[in-house]
Design a protein around this ligand. Structure first.
Ligand code: CUA
Length: 158
C-alpha cells in the first residue's frame, strides 16, 4: 500500500503532537503538582448535615499548630461563611456537599477544589500573605450560583 507523502507527514505531525501533550501533562504533574486529587474519601451525603464532623463546620487548631477547616458547600452558602486562619501555618481544608457539585476557589491563591456530594475534598495550603480573600463557588450549581461566596481572613502570624 502506498501512502501519500503528505499523509505520512501529517501522521507523524499528529503523533508528535500527542507525544508533546503527554509530555506536558506528565511534566506539570511531576514538577508543579498539577493533577487531580489522588486521595478518595467517601461520606454519606444524606447524613453530613445531621451527623459527623461536618455538623461542626468551623476552624480548629490542632495540637501541632496546624489548622483544620471543616466546611460545607451547599445551595447557595458556604459554612462557615467567614474563616479566620493564621498566615504561615499549614491549613487543611476538608469539604463536602449535601446536595450538588460546588466549587471552592480561594481567589488569588492556588487553592481550588471541586466539592462533590458523597466525597470529602481535602487539601492543605499555607497562606503567606495576610489579608482578606474571596472564596467563590466556581461550579454552576443552580439559580443563585453567582451569589455563593465566603470570606477567608488570613491573619498575621502570632
Ligand atoms: Cu455552588 Cu455554584
Amino acid at each position: 500500500m502506498k501512502v501519500d507523502l503528505y499523509e505520512r507527514i501529517w501522521i507523524w505531525a499528529a503523533a508528535l503532537m500527542i507525544i508533546a501533550f503527554l509530555a506536558a501533562v506528565i511534566f506539570s504533574a511531576g514538577s508543579h503538582a498539577v493533577h487531580p486529587p489522588s486521595r478518595i474519601e467517601t461520606v454519606d451525603p444524606t447524613k453530613v448535615l445531621t451527623e459527623g464532623e461536618f455538623t461542626q463546620a468551623g476552624v480548629t487548631t490542632r495540637e501541632d499548630g496546624s489548622v483544620l477547616v471543616t466546611g460545607l458547600a451547599r445551595m447557595f452558602v458556604f459554612t462557615p461563611g467567614v474563616m479566620r486562619v493564621p498566615a504561615g501555618v499549614p491549613v487543611t481544608f476538608r469539604l463536602t456537599s449535601p446536595d450538588v457539585i460546588h466549587g471552592f476557589q480561594i481567589v488569588g491563591t492556588n487553592a481550588n477544589a471541586m466539592v462533590i456530594p458523597g466525597y470529602v475534598s481535602q487539601f492543605t495550603v499555607t497562606f503567606d500573605r495576610p489579608g482578606e480573600y474571596l472564596v467563590l463557588c466556581n461550579e454552576y450549581c443552580g439559580l443563585s450560583h453567582h451569589l455563593m461566596q465566603a470570606k477567608l481572613i488570613v491573619e498575621e502570624a502570632p
